[in-house]
Write a protein that binds this ligand. Structure first.
Ligand code: SF4
Length: 729
């Protein structure tokens, strides 16, 4: 199909200093867990986006010196020749597709924990970080400031050696340049503190030093949080924000503004989860910068609609469409717009599971929508290209939830004849319920994308409303291969991860006890006073509590965990979820679990009620500490139990027990995908379905094939060598 002429403007080149951006699609810096230590992953992930049409792709934040080390989180680094070699591979890979490479030079100041380097970070003051406890900076004197600026300059020279086209001085998310600029951090009384002119001095000197270092070899960009959202205590767009833009532009050093909002302690105000922020939520701030900026402005806001993107550029509200999450979810978003295939865009759902991996530190980024994210190098997966099978096997997929939909889609793309059969009237499985929770409707994109792709595949038949398949149904179906993707359900008996047993008195067949599914599907009448008992730790407990509170119920969440929905700290939803609880009056009781449940009453105990000193020696048959007996009681009209999910694996188990019948019925293999194998994140279920389909011809696709691991191999060269040190002492 031809491109919609309304979108032509998105494909117009634009000059960024000495470099030409071929179109208006720009992958802003974002983390993937590769840094400089996994050059294959780094290069392949970014290059896939370049192949998909992004005009520029940046690294994640890239440390310029060991004084700025974010371990346990993974940043890129430009510390030495080894980093230059590794990141040059990324740029070489981008350039093959005509994309520019950007590096976000980062010095964390007081937010860098330096757990690997053990160096001391330097900042405008000597204050404790509000983001990273037990982390302090050393207050810079004039020599330190020159030393800091020299770090930026030397790293910029290495960036040019590595082939970067765009070199950033990163001042968003409360990192060093913004720490100097913002009165929230900067309490100095010398020429670097006080007036805006003084507070801006460090940033301007960095820009000047870097510009002199890179000349016309690369464009100079800066990422600026134009409003830290602290009100007058920080940087406000209507005050220092716009004034700083004018100040920098008047120096004529900068080639590109990368504008966002927020800080680091609550950077979900920037990377807004869809639960709270819809696409374009930063427009009212970014547009202000574009109005006065003398160089192009790139901005973000999880934009996935090409009509909205084109309108923003046409109306002069933004010059370049920046994206992190939309580019993770669909690396081929620009090409799909270019080819007039906008319906094929795999839109980001704003769940922030990608971000959760950075926040946890260490593991590679994953994506709920795009199972191939970060698998480009280590598994060789391409999001749009699937190896065609030579097998003539037909495949039955039982269950059209997240894993089943994805498995059928990929098998279909690979050329298999697939029947996917869903007991319920629509596909989607668990997602059909999740979208009923307040704020989570965009998660339905997991289904709409797959529904459309399945509809396009002529070799895939989707059967809905067929009821639950029995083992006889499967065995007699006539398929040569079977994938069971029957999902999971919430335990009806209170089985949980604290006791690993059912909970006395919990039985969801009783009228006053309900699982989340029973509540959402309208199967139970819920009384006015509700206790939500949860041990999920993610979105379910808090979501069902809000759902019921919005109906006017009095709601208390009880959890054995130390906080409410702790995983949402990693997805950046936690601060506003806690504000929501406070504002809506949802009560909470943490670190408690259940002794027993009776009609109208739940008896709870504090998980730490037992003696804190262990007994001196063992006594068989007794706890090795003084057993506590204190309990507390809560009354309720209805108890909602989200204590644990149980795999729906009875069909597989029955089939497995009849394995000797498979051969006679020409069944070559039966596998399990997703929650029926083990209930996990939606991202994991979708990945599972995808992986099994990719590896379907292996001897047993139930078990994953090995992937490429990137690490130092003993006996190979290291950078730097120990002999590069000035002292061997
Ligand atoms: Fe979007 Fe979620 Fe994928 Fe992140 S993990 S890119 S938020 S769909």
């Amino acid at each position: 199909m031809a491109r919609d002429p309304n979108h032509d403007i998105l494909f117009e080149p634009i000059q960024i200093g000495p470099k030409t951006l071929k179109n208006r699609f720009y992958q802003v810096p974002h983390c993937i867990g590769a840094g400089s230590e996994k050059p294959g992953t780094q290069a392949a992930n970014r290059a896939m986006k370049a192949e998909g049409g992004w005009g520029a792709c940046c690294t994640e934040y890239c440390s310029i010196h060991p004084e700025s080390d974010d371990t346990h989180r993974v940043s890129a680094r430009l510390w030495d020749e080894g980093d230059v070699i590794n990141l040059r591979h990324m740029n070489d890979s981008l350039h093959k597709h005509g994309a520019l490479g950007g590096v976000e030079m980062w010095y964390g100041g007081g937010h860098a924990p330096n757990m690997e380097s053990r160096a001391v970070p330097i900042g405008p003051g000597s204050s404790a970080s509000e983001f990273e406890y037990l982390t302090f900076s050393h207050e810079a004197d004039e020599d330190d400031i020159k030393w800091l600026i020299s770090h930026y300059v030397e790293a910029a020279k290495r960036a040019v050696q590595a082939g970067f086209d765009i070199v950033y001085v990163y001042g968003a998310h409360s990192y060093l340049p913004l720490q100097f600029l913002s009165p929230f951090y900067n309490k100095r009384t010398d020429e670097y503190g006080g007036s805006l002119e003084n507070r801006a001095r460090f940033w301007l000197q960095c820009l000047e030093g870097v510009k002199n270092a890179i000349g016309d070899d690369a464009a100079l960009a800066t990422r600026f949080a134009i409003d830290t959202l602290y009100g007058p205590d920080g940087v406000e767009v209507g005050d220092d924000g716009l004034k700083f833009v004018e100040m920098v532009d008047n120096q004529g050093l900068l080639d590109l503004w990368d504008i966002n909002i927020g800080d680091i302690a609550e950077w979900g105000e920037d990377a807004g989860p869809s639960r709270f922020y819809k696409a374009g939520h930063q427009r009212n701030w970014t547009d202000e910068a574009t109005k006065i900026a003398k160089v192009p402005v790139v901005g973000v806001g999880r934009e996935t609609s090409p009509d909205d993107m084109a309108a923003r550029i046409r109306e002069g509200r933004l010059d370049i469409i920046g994206a992190a999450r939309p580019s993770i979810s669909d690396p081929f978003l620009p090409n799909k717009i270019n080819e007039g295939r906008v319906e094929d865009i795999r839109e980001c759902i704003g769940c922030n599971v990608c971000i959760s991996r950075w926040e946890i530190g260490g593991p590679p980024m994953i994506c709920t929508q795009n199972a191939t994210a970060n698998e480009e190098y280590r598994r060789g997966w391409h999001p749009e290209i699937f190896s065609k099978t030579s097998s003539e096997d037909s495949v039955l997929v039982v269950g059209a939830g997240p894993a089943g939909m994805e498995c059928a889609r990929v098998l279909g793309e690979r050329g298999y004849d697939v029947h996917i059969r869903e007991a319920e009237s629509e596909i989607g499985g668990r997602v059909r319920k999740i979208v009923k929770y307040p704020g989570l409707s965009e998660w339905g994109r997991l289904t709409t994308y797959r529904q459309l792709q399945l509809d396009k595949l002529k070799n895939v038949e989707v059967h809905t409303g067929v009821g639950k398949m029995t083992a006889d149904d499967v065995i007699n179906y006539g398929a040569e291969k079977v994938v069971i993707a029957t999902g999971s359900h919430w335990a009806t008996d209170g089985t949980n991860s604290i006791t690993h047993d059912p909970t006395p008195g919990i039985d969801a067949s009783l009228p006053y006890i309900a699982t989340p599914e029973q509540v959402l599907m309208g199967g139970k009448e819920i009384g006015d006073k509700v206790v939500v008992l949860e041990m999920d730790g993610y979105f379910t407990g808090i979501s069902i509590a809000e759902y019921l509170r919005d109906q006017g119920k009095e709601v208390t969440i009880v959890t054995g965990l130390g906080g409410i929905a702790p995983y949402t700290h990693f997805t950046l939803e936690a601060p506003n979820l806690h504000r929501m609880m406070h504002e809506k009056g949802i009560h909470a009781m943490t670190s408690h679990w259940v002794e027993k449940v009776e009609k109208g009453k739940i008896t709870l105990f504090n998980l730490y009620r037992d003696g804190y000193k262990r007994h001196a020696g063992p006594k068989t048959g007794e706890l090795p500490r003084d057993a506590g007996t204190h309990v507390e009681e809560l009354s309720f009209d209805s108890l909602v139990v989200a204590t644990g999910r149980i795999a729906n694996n009875s069909l597989y188990r029955e089939l497995r027990a009849r394995k000797d019948e498979w051969g006679a019925n020409d069944i070559g293999g039966i596998y399990q995908a997703g929650d029926c194998f083990a209930p996990r994140l939606l991202a994991d279920a979708i990945f599972d379905g995808h992986r099994i389909a990719r590896e379907f011809e292996t001897s047993n696709p139930q078990y994953a094939q090995p992937w490429i691991r990137e690490r130092q191999v003993w006996g190979m060269e290291t950078y730097p060598k120990i002999t590069d040190r000035e002292t061997q002492g």
